[in-house]
Structure formats: structure tokens, C-alpha cells
Design a binder for this molecule. Structure first.
Ligand SMILES: Cc1cc2nc3c(=O)[nH]c(=O)nc-3n(C[C@H](O)[C@H](O)[C@H](O)COP(=O)(O)OP(=O)(O)OC[C@H]3O[C@@H](n4cnc5c(N)ncnc54)[C@H](O)[C@@H]3O)c2cc1C
Ligand code: FES
Ligand code: FES
Length: 465
């Protein structure tokens, strides 16, 4: 066990003891180091003013850079990694020069975060390589510039030379010892994790902290006993077979994006709309499932595919259909000491679509998320799985809609009947994201829309079996 939190900041190895584990990196920078370049706009991962870059050694031994939100990143999550902040760039970095010369900054509040997002991109950072500049900046709000000059600066920014010595310095810091601070333990293997949770069944698991971080910054909850799973290397495993994709519970969105896109482009597109790069660089699919939110985006998409989840307590594993994991609002089928180990996502075999409806295209939580998996043979629907988020207290299949599809001719009339059937299964709540009636009407329209391929209103074509 290591009782010392160790990480690199500007080439210096920092060793911290006696820290409160839920201190955010942003608060530590600003209030403990007087390093005030990183700004606090929202303290909930939405505005990107606090963006920093974290560098870590990947399983392949190369340095992976990630732009993340420091406001919801707990300090011990930096253990054995390197932290880069806007101060690390010095002032005349090409990204900073481009922002100045192309007038990408006005009031300047958003600028450090934008610089760090573009810096991560210039390093080939996670989630940025093949992404459009607009996607790279979707998690950085600017109220002044209208984004035009910032996008010009993004396009003018060359790829940076990588720090060749960083891999060696990170390697020198790695150890097999879990970090063990008062109130925080970070196992390094999945067997250690299983053992720790048997001993501390009431401990709070943290993966990317993109949900849990807000419990601290917004709800001021105290988390006295935390088991952090981000250092468990074998929870980041991914394997693809002809049958489908298995993701360890610790796989982050940005790392799963390519594999999910290969499984089906609709899944890739859904991931593109989960938070923004900074959230996808921290958040995990395991966390999205385990959190049990009725408006989490991955569960309906995966339930429609017939995904299953493997839970583990000690040495005992059980695998259940993902839909059975969600019992009721706020209640999941998980025993104390049990954790989500992996999720298996079958390859789609027929027509598959996921559609997310939210008030804003980027970086917004769904009002309704519909997922449809329909197999059609000789013009007849032979199988249908339809699931929605935002329509009930849990992500939920609609048996009435599925029954209205199965065995019926693939036709507009069948989809109309299926759309009307939704009301038998769902009585959604009204809230700030949408009224009950809006949710029912729009969900029914998503079913009708299946007749027309694609989600763009500019590209409406009939789907023929
Ligand atoms: C700005 C912002 C935008 C967001 N946008 C979206 C969005 O568009 N769509 C969406 O669905 N979500 C969104 N989220 C929510 C969040 O990012 C996701 O739910 C994410 O997948 C959570 O993963 P995490 O690893 O950060 O979980 P954490 O916050 O670490 O944990 C979440 C919960 O899961 C539990 N947990 C985590 N891993 C395990 C495990 N292996 N076993 C058992 N329990 C576990 C934790 O104890 C906790 O209860 C957003 C969040 C933010 C801050
Ligand atoms: S302060 Fe807004 S994302 Fe961190
Ligand atoms: S320059 Fe003012 S918020 Fe972006």
C-alpha cells in the first residue's frame, strides 16, 4: 500500500499526504497552489473553464493525454499521472499564440479551458484525433466570441511535439501498490478490488466521478469511504468477437468510441453526444449503468441489443440481462460488496437505431432516448426490442410496442400501431427537460420515424426490408 499521493506537475514529482480525498483538482490548484489560471464556471463539468490535461501511461506503455474537467476530478485520481495546466504552457505556446492572433479571446474567462482543450488536441489527446474541431470544443462554453475566431485558432494550431521524456518519468513513478489514503483506496487489480469490496461493502465506488463529482460540488455530500476503480488495469479491457463487444466496467467512453462505432454507427453517434470530450475522457459505461439514472443514455441503447452485465462479489460472478439490473427508480440489482465487472453488447443483427432527444445537440442530458432493434425477413418483423430512457423511473423496454411489431408486416401501418402502443407501457414524468405529453408524443414519433431511414430531416428515405 502507498500512503503517499504522487504525481508530476511541470516536471516536479509532488508527494502529498494528509489530503481530503474529495478535494477537487481545481480547488487544489486554485486554493492550495495559488495556480489560478484554471477557472471555475459551473463546478459540474458543463462549461470547460477548468479544463486541464492529464497524461498517463497506457497499457501499451505510451503516454496518453486527456483533456478533463478539473472541477469534478478528485485529487487522488492523479496518482502516478502527470497534470498539465494552462500555466504549464508558458504563454507563447502555438495554441496560445493562435488564440491571441486570431482574436479567440474577449473577456478571457473561457480562454484557459479552450487553450487546454486545443492543447490536448495538438498532442493527439483522447477523443480528439478524428474529431471535428467543433466536437473538440463542445465542452467549452464561450459567451463572447461566437466561436468563429476560436474555431479559426483551432484550425491554425499545429500538432505539438511530444515530450519524449515524459513516458520515462511516468514509468519511474508506477508501482503495484494501491494508493491507500484515509477514506480512499485504489486497488490495482480486479481481484484486489473484489477483496476490498467484500471487506468494505458500504464503500462508495468511484470510476470517472462524472456523476459522483457533482454529489460533492453541488450537493455537498460527504463521502467518507471511497473505493476508486480507475487504477484497476484489468477493468479497462475490451474484446471484440463475431458475437459482440465486451467492455470492462472501467472503460471510458472515449476509449470505447471506436469499437462501439464498429458495432454500429448509431452507437458511435450516441457516444459523440454524451457530455463532451472532457466528460467522455473520464466517464465510464460501467458508471452509466451502475448509476441507474432513468436518463442515462447507454442503458436503453444496450438493452435494445440484448446486452448483459456481469456482477462480481468476491470470487462469485453472475451475469444478468441488463434490463433486469434496473429494478425501480434508484434501485438496482446489486448487493453490498458487489460491483459491475463488465458488460457484453451483442452485435446488431437487423435494423438498429438510437435517437437522443435533448434541448441542445451537444453536451446535454436526454429528455428521451429511444433505441430500436428490429429484425425483418421477407417483409415481416421477426423480432423487435425497443427500449427508452426518460420515459419511466428506469431505462425500460416497451413490451406493448414490441408485441405490436413482432410477426407483423414491416409497414407504416405496423409502425403506427406500435407508436400508439407506447402509452400502455409508459407514464412519464414532467420535468424541466420535457412534459409527460411531450415525452409520449416524441417517443411515438421516433417509432413512426423508423419507416424513414436516418435521423436527419434532410435525408428522409423509406427503409425497405
Ligand atoms: C457535463 C456532464 C454531461 C453529461 N452528459 C451525459 C449524457 O449526455 N448522457 C449520459 O448518459 N450521462 C451524462 N452524464 C453523466 C455521466 O457522465 C455518466 O453517467 C457516466 O457514464 C458516469 O460514469 P463515471 O465513470 O463517471 O461514474 P461515477 O460518477 O464514478 O459513478 C457513478 C455511479 O456508478 C457507481 N459505479 C461506478 N462504477 C461502478 C462499478 N464498476 N460497479 C458498481 N458501481 C459503480 C458509483 O458508485 C456511482 O453510484 C454527464 C455528466 C456530466 C458531468
Ligand atoms: S468549472 Fe465548469 S466544467 Fe469545470
Ligand atoms: S471570451 Fe468571454 S467567455 Fe469566452
Amino acid at each position: 500500500m502507498s500512503q503517499v499521493l504522487r504525481f508530476l506537475l511541470d516536471g516536479e514529482v509532488l508527494e502529498l499526504r494528509d489530503i481530503e480525498p474529495t478535494t477537487t483538482v481545481l480547488d487544489w490548484l486554485r486554493y492550495h497552489r495559488s495556480r489560478t489560471g484554471s477557472k471555475e464556471g459551473c463546478a459540474e463539468g458543463d462549461c470547460g473553464a477548468c479544463t486541464v490535461v492529464v497524461a498517463e501511461l497506457s497499457a501499451a506503455g505510451v503516454v496518453a493525454y486527456r483533456a478533463v474537467n478539473a472541477c469534478i476530478l478528485f485529487l487522488p485520481m492523479l496518482h502516478e499521472k502527470a497534470l498539465l495546466t494552462v500555466e504549464s504552457l508558458g504563454g507563447d505556446h502555438p495554441v496560445q499564440k493562435a488564440m491571441v492572433e486570431l482574436h479567440g479571446s474577449q473577456c478571457g474567462f473561457c480562454t484557459p479551458g479552450i487553450v487546454m482543450s486545443l492543447y490536448a488536441r495538438s498532442l493527439g489527446g483522447a477523443g480528439t484525433v478524428e474529431a471535428d474541431a467543433k466536437d473538440v470544443l463542445a465542452g467549452n462554453l464561450c459567451r463572447c466570441t461566437g466561436y468563429g475566431p476560436i474555431l479559426e485558432a483551432a484550425c491554425a494550431t499545429p500538432f505539438a511535439a511530444l515530450d519524449e521524456t515524459l513516458a520515462d518519468r511516468l514509468r519511474a513513478m508506477q508501482s503495484d501498490d494501491p494508493l491507500d489514503l484515509p477514506g480512499w483506496i485504489a486497488p490495482k487489480t480486479v481481484d484486489q478490488l473484489a477483496q476490498v469490496l467484500v471487506e468494505r461493502p458500504q464503500a462508495r465506488i468511484i470510476a470517472g466521478a462524472t456523476d459522483v463529482g457533482l454529489w460533492v460540488t453541488k450537493q455537498h455530500r460527504s463521502l467518507p469511504d471511497i473505493v476508486y476503480i480507475g487504477d484497476v488495469s484489468d477493468l479497462s479491457d475490451m474484446s471484440e468477437t463475431a458475437e459482440g463487444l465486451t467492455l470492462g466496467a472501467g472503460v471510458r467512453y472515449s476509449d470505447a468510441h471506436a469499437a462501439l462505432t464498429r458495432l454500429h454507427p448509431s452507437l458511435g453517434e450516441l457516444v459523440r453526444r454524451i457530455g463532451a470530450v472532457q466528460v467522455r475522457n473520464s466517464g465510464t459505461i460501467g458508471g452509466n449503468i451502475a448509476n441507474g439514472s432513468p436518463i442515462g443514455d447507454m442503458p436503453p441503447a444496450l438493452i435494445a441489443l440484448g446486452a448483459s452485465v456481469t456482477l462480481r462479489r468476491g470470487d462469485v460472478r453472475r451475469t444478468i440481462p441488463l434490463e433486469d439490473f434496473f429494478i425501480a427508480y434508484g434501485r438496482q440489482d446489486r448487493q453490498p460488496g458487489e460491483f459491475v465487472e463488465s458488460v457484453f453488447i451483442p452485435r446488431p443483427t437487423g435494423l438498429y437505431r438510437v435517437v437522443k432527444l435533448s434541448k441542445r445537440f451537444d453536451s446535454d442530458i436526454s429528455a428521451v432516448c429511444g433505441a430500436f432493434h428490429v429484425t425483418i425477413a421477407n417483409g415481416v418483423v421477426t423480432a423487435a426490442r425497443v427500449a427508452f430512457g426518460g420515459m419511466a423511473g428506469t431505462p425500460k423496454r416497451t413490451m406493448a410496442c414490441e408485441a405490436a411489431l413482432a410477426g407483423q408486416p414491416w409497414s407504416q401501418a405496423t409502425l403506427e400501431a406500435a407508436a400508439l402502443a407506447l402509452r400502455q407501457d409508459y407514464q412519464p414524468l414532467s420535468d424541466v427537460r420535457g412534459s409527460s405529453e411531450y415525452r409520449l408524443t416524441s417517443a411515438a414519433n421516433l417509432v413512426r420515424k423508423l419507416w424513414f431511414d436516418g435521423v436527419s430531416v434532410l435525408d428522409v428515405r423509406p427503409v425497405h426490408a
